[in-house]
Design a binder for this molecule. Structure first.
Ligand code: FES
Length: 574
């Protein structure tokens, strides 16, 4: 039996010799739990976002079993529970609409039940930030285990990556370079094992962010989902969370300003997703760390990308793991990393990465001879986005990073699809595609539609990139000269709402400028005539969301969820 050094939270439920204590133990014993497990040992929640509607997390029941082994081995008592699960590919109108809902589910379950610590199981894009946001508002000892990426996609003689090749191959079909039958033939070859997207998309980025924040064990980001070492990691997480409860090593001791600075810099070094911006801002808001959009540019704009992974490069997460994974990247970062930041292991980040080695320099480059220079996310300002917008220069076409073009305007995503495929639309490769009403309130949920497909007549010329601007997000697996997260969004009357067909727009990433070249008087006239779009739904969660969601520069969290309420519950339930 494990001896605790102090009275644990769970004894308020299981340690009482009265009516309530009897009831709490009695019903729990119906699962075949022996009496000695109620002796005051740490009760560990396993927050499982398993769901067959979230294919990326469909193997999580196996992972949970390995976490349990570790918890038992260390003298804890594991209790697994399901969470709401946001699957990226099946949820409409977008999984991001439900990230905050999932975070509320996680938060309320953690606080309302007899848990002393929690292991969060996350994989698909939104499940990682949602788990961390919810847990941050409770602040128990917390450790995150990612489900791990799928094995490399393999189609004929080509290595293909999740998402990235969906965009690439579908553009080839639209350009007439690939048959529909061949395109369909690639689908089973892309997703050929359990796990999440194996490009450096949002899921792999967020797994890397968890490791860089110090909230996951070392090597968490890259071990493939089906590699036996993923299960060993889960087992060790189960052991460690029991120790963390004894140490009262709560989440807020790990998620400090230094941890976020490490994560922002690591995101540049791995060529990570722009989605990390909204997710890190939202997590910081919950835990009470003062993080701003401008920090992403100031801390990391001049840092290089040293990882040659899709969508910016050619390899995939499996290759990244064999090459040395995230510990090796962080070791390469040298003084650009706060090495004294504390991690869930109880050791500093510097201690965690000290022994990392690189086994393939074509996957993980040297810091001084990087894969791409100046790869951090750039934050743009200007009269089109007074509260900011982001672009990932490493995924853009260099010559388009300074560009002046004629606006071709789409009022919403349906208008965009209809006009893009219409050969009569007056558009050429020098135009700037402008998409409105796809932000947090407008879509709603700020969907990943910012990388608008190019018109077929342009693709047929062999052109694969144009400047595209919107208040939407972009899949982390996508690429292109795409300005995203424009704030305020069009649906709340941001300047984006005022752009008209034929206006001239200037993008200058080196000057961090996005400018609508229209006179102030004319903009004032347009604003006086602007009417907000009709809401998507005016009941239920969608109404709660659109009434309370904040703009992208604040992380698109709900305004009343910012901050934390802690773990204390004063009242019994009967
Ligand atoms: Fe789930 Fe990409 S769709 S991680």
């Amino acid at each position: 039996m494990a001896k605790t050094r102090r009275k644990l939270r769970s004894t308020e439920w299981f340690g009482k010799m009265d009516r309530d204590g009897m009831a709490h133990r009695s019903w729990t014993k119906n699962m075949g739990i022996p009496h000695h497990l109620f002796d005051g040992r740490p009760v560990i929640g396993i927050a499982n976002s398993w769901s067959e509607l979230t294919p990326c997390n469909a193997h999580f029941r196996d992972i949970a079993e390995h976490v349990k082994r570790g918890v038992y081995e260390a003298g804890g008592f594991p209790l697994e529970f399901p969470t709401f699960s946001t699957g990226e590919v099946l949820m409409r109108p977008t999984a991001m609409l439900f990230r905050n809902l999932m975070s509320m589910d996680v938060e309320e379950t953690l606080r309302s039940t007899p848990l002393d610590g929690v292991v969060l199981l996350a994989g698909c894009d939104k499940t990682t930030p949602a788990q961390l946001m919810g847990a941050a508002s409770v602040d128990l000892p917390t450790l995150l285990v990612s489900g791990g990426p799928m094995l490399n996609g393999r189609w004929r003689d080509q290595t293909i990556g999740s998402g990235t090749h969906v965009w690439k191959l579908s553009e080839m079909v639209r350009a007439g370079e690939l048959s529909l039958a061949d395109f369909m033939g690639a689908e089973a070859c892309m997703s050929r094992s359990a796990g999440h997207c194996m490009t450096m998309g949002t899921a792999s980025t967020m797994a890397s962010m968890a490791e860089a924040l110090g909230i996951a064990l070392s090597t968490n980001a890259a071990i493939p989902a089906v590699d036996s070492r993923r299960y060993v990691l889960a087992h060790m997480a189960g052991r460690r969370i029991v120790e963390m409860v004894h140490e009262d090593l709560v989440l807020s001791k790990i998620l400090t300003r230094k941890a976020f600075e490490n994560a922002i810099r690591v995101n540049a070094a791995i060529g990570g997703s722009t989605n990390a911006v909204v997710h890190l801002l939202a997590i910081a808001g919950r835990v009470g760390v003062d993080l701003k959009l401008k920090d992403f540019d100031e801390l990391a704009h001049d840092l290089p990308c040293i990882v040659n992974l899709m969508p910016s490069g050619k390899y995939l997460m499996e290759d990244f793991y064999y090459a040395g994974g995230l510990p090796m990247v962080m070791k390469e970062m040298g003084k650009n990393l706060h090495r004294d930041a504390l991690t869930v292991s109880g050791r500093t980040m510097g201690e965690e990465i000290a022994d990392a080695e690189c086994w393939n320099r074509d996957v993980i480059f040297n810091w001084d001879k990087p894969f791409k220079k100046k790869a951090g996310i750039a934050v743009l300002r200007g009269n089109l986005c007074p509260d900011g917008a982001v672009i990932k220069p490493s995924a853009a076409t260099p010559k388009l990073l300074k560009h002046r073009g004629r606006a071709v305007v789409f009022e919403d995503i349906e208008h965009c699809r209809q006009r893009t495929d219409d050969p009569k639309t007056d558009i050429d490769e020098n135009c700037i595609m402008v998409l409105k009403n796809c932000g947090p309130k407008g879509y709603p949920g700020m969907a990943e539609v910012g990388n608008m497909p190019l018109p077929p007549k342009i693709l047929k010329k062999g052109i694969t990139d144009m400047v595209r601007i919107s208040d939407a997000r972009m899949s982390g697996t996508a690429y292109g000269t795409v300005v995203l997260h424009m704030a305020p969004e069009a649906a709340v009357g941001g300047p984006l709402a005022l752009v008209k067909e034929g206006d001239m727009i200037e993008l200058d990433v080196s000057k961090r400028r996005l400018h609508l070249d229209v006179a102030e008087d004319e903009l004032r006239r347009r604003r006086a005539n602007w009417k907000p779009p009709k809401p998507y739904l005016d009941r239920g969660y969608a109404k709660l969301y659109t009434d309370h969601v904040m703009q992208a520069d604040k992380g698109a969290d709900l305004d009343f969820l910012v901050g934390k309420s802690g773990r204390f519950v004063p009242r019994e339930n009967h």
